[in-house]
Design a protein around this ligand. Structure first.
Ligand code: FAD
Length: 261
């Protein structure tokens, strides 16, 4: 049996500059299989590269996939998608198989979604696919020129948070008004902010891990390059000390934060 992950050849059919920071790519992807999970993502390998970068499947229908790609100052996919190195339409790219992690419990009475520009596609798809059944509240932190009218479906409560310099999402979530009752919290953005939030959810809000999903979508490397922290010894020591999974993740977060100082 082959253990190689499934890959798909795709052709760029269209490229649109939605805002100065966001490019929409429409791809023909014959044979692609969606997981059906609302925050599913694929790895994208652009021409002339071997490394992939992850992008959320904004939509997939009848062999046509839409990806919304944020362009930064520099970056491997940024360089290509921004069109600085040549025309994009008509080019062949490779996609890896889709994976997803949005898994609200059956008894969730609401969805609270928080994220930066890179999380907009996932928040929009989650709101589109689950918004008819559950009330959805979104907090989106984006630069002033990236508030996109009509990006989220009608009926969703959206707060656009200004982004001026570094992300303040962790602070925002610490001060948020939580809806009543049991729900599901989903969040994605810069990794250091996500670590802070995971801690807050575990220690302050004491949310069971089945009721939230917090993902570091990208890592700011403007500061010193962080040292890799091996989770193995932390996991074994935590288990030996009888700690819960949440407590062990908190130890791992603390070790990583220490490595970045
Ligand atoms: C599951 C998942 C889903 C994702 N979905 C999307 C999506 O739908 N759309 C999307 O645009 N991104 C998404 N991302 C984030 C995207 O994969 C990263 O931002 C990626 O690093 C961008 O690749 P790049 O080649 O342009 O830049 P890289 O070559 O990876 O990085 C170059 C430089 O840009 C900086 N950088 C990278 N990302 C950002 C950022 N967001 N803001 C500011 N600086 C940055 C890096 O720190 C580095 O200094 C997702 C990530 C994950 C893990």
């Amino acid at each position: 049996m082959s253990t190689r992950a499934q890959q798909y050849d795709a052709t760029v059919r269209d490229r649109q500059q939605v805002t100065p920071h966001l490019v929409r790519l429409t791809l023909d992807v014959p044979g692609f299989t969606s997981t059906g999970i609302a925050d599913e993502w694929v790895g994208l390998v652009v021409p002339g590269q071997f490394q992939s970068r992850y992008y959320t499947v904004r939509s997939f229908e009848a062999g046509v996939m839409v990806l919304d790609v944020v362009v930064h100052d520099v970056g491997l996919v940024t360089e290509w998608a921004s069109g600085r190195s040549g025309a994009v339409v008509g080019q062949q790219v490779v996609l890896t198989e889709a994976k997803g992690s949005f898994l609200p419990p059956d008894d969730a009475a609401w969805l609270l979604l928080v994220g930066d520009l890179t999380a907009l596609p996932a928040m929009a798809r989650i709101a589109t696919e689950h918004g008819g059944r559950l009330p959805v509240r979104i907090h989106a932190e984006v630069p002033a020129d990236s508030r996109i009218e009509g990006y989220f479906p009608d009926g969703v409560e959206v707060s656009w948070l200004p982004l001026d310099g570094e992300s303040r999402l962790a602070e925002v979530v610490e001060g948020i008004d939580w809806p009543e009752g049991e729900g599901y919290f989903w969040m994605a953005g810069e990794s250091a902010q996500m670590r802070a939030i995971r801690k807050h959810l575990m220690r302050e809000r004491k949310l069971p891990s089945t009721h939230y999903d917090v993902m570091g979508y990208w890592r700011s490397v403007a500061k010193r390059q962080p040292r890799a922290v091996d989770p193995g010894p932390i996991w074994r020591a935590g288990k030996a000390a009888g700690k819960s999974d949440e407590e062990i993740w908190a130890d791992y977060d603390a070790a990583q934060a220490g490595a970045e100082q």
